[in-house]
Design a binder for this molecule. Sequence first.
Ligand SMILES: NC(=O)c1ccc[n+]([C@@H]2O[C@H](COP(=O)([O-])OP(=O)(O)OC[C@H]3O[C@@H](n4cnc5c(N)ncnc54)[C@H](O)[C@@H]3O)[C@@H](O)[C@H]2O)c1
Length: 324
Amino acid sequence: MIRVGILGFGFMGKVHFKNWNQLEDASVVSICDLSPIKDLNVSGNIDVGGDPIDLDAVQIYNDLDSMLANEKLDVLSVTLPSHLHCEASIKALEAGIHVVCEKPMALDLNDCDKMIEAAQETGKHLFVAHCIRYWPAYRWLKRNHTSGSFGNLLSARFERLSVMPQWGAGSWMTDTSKSGGIALDLHIHDLDFILHLLGKTDTVESYGLAQGAVNPAHIMTQLYYPGKIVTATSSWMMPESFGFEMRYEVIFEDATVIYRSKQDAPLVVYPNNSEAFSPEGLAGDGYVAEIRAFADIIKGESTELLITPQEAKASVELAWKSIH
Ligand SMILES: NC(=O)c1ccc[n+]([C@@H]2O[C@H](COP(=O)([O-])OP(=O)(O)OC[C@H]3O[C@@H](n4cnc5c(N)ncnc54)[C@H](O)[C@@H]3O)[C@@H](O)[C@H]2O)c1
């Protein structure tokens, strides 16, 4: 049985809790959060469904050192505000515990390097949870691009549209010193996926809009890949009535594919020479899939994750580049 600790029990801490506990061979045994745990509902930008969480069998701590001293953990989910990822991840790795750390890996590139070094020195796995690499419709796109099913990719447009985040404890998400702002918090999802899909690019150009003190609150980035038009747009300027949606529109030589996460049939393929269709087998979300993949690594049943720590660092670097 994989014994799991969760550090930071806000939106993503609860998502990790549910997903670890869904696995037959893993169990969350302890949770650490600075604040008393009151709300057991899971609410963030994406509805992950399910019942409120039951903490009867879980030890609760309010500081990481006590949790590490008292619990025998195999893995720690680091679901703290982003500026706190580095120190906690290194502490856990040095205590001999595997780490799954939420994205972004860290806000500072030197911190990313320190995390990579700590994983190398301790021989423990460090997995930065870039859930979009595991999200079914995005995995489908990566698979079909790699196999060349629809010919060359000509144009790709990614969008991630949200209301201004209200769920971060103490509004830390709109504080750039804690979240890195929209570029490191939201935009990084698509920038990371584009790196996964198309490989490295250093040439990016962005346009942004401010909303009040949040600048940018809306950002569009063009990424240079020879012979292609590739853009990513992220927004915190959606009205409450909109909520959240992620989308992509990719034009290949032989088909156009359109994904809209809020639609009943979210992914539609429009081939150039035949009828449109919706691919099957894309149910579920990347949150469940990424945790399952990491459990398999820990058990030695798989050897490869869809992202290395070095790739997670490259995404942080690109996200900073997108606003500088
Ligand atoms: N993968 C995704 O789709 C996704 C979505 C949302 C957030 N995130 C990432 O997850 C991380 C957490 O975001 P969130 O939305 O869960 O934030 P949140 O504010 O809902 O939760 C953070 C929790 O950490 C606790 N905390 C703060 N400092 C602490 C400390 N020193 N020790 C212990 N607990 C502490 C807070 O009390 C809070 O409960 C961020 O890095 C964010 O970027 C990822």
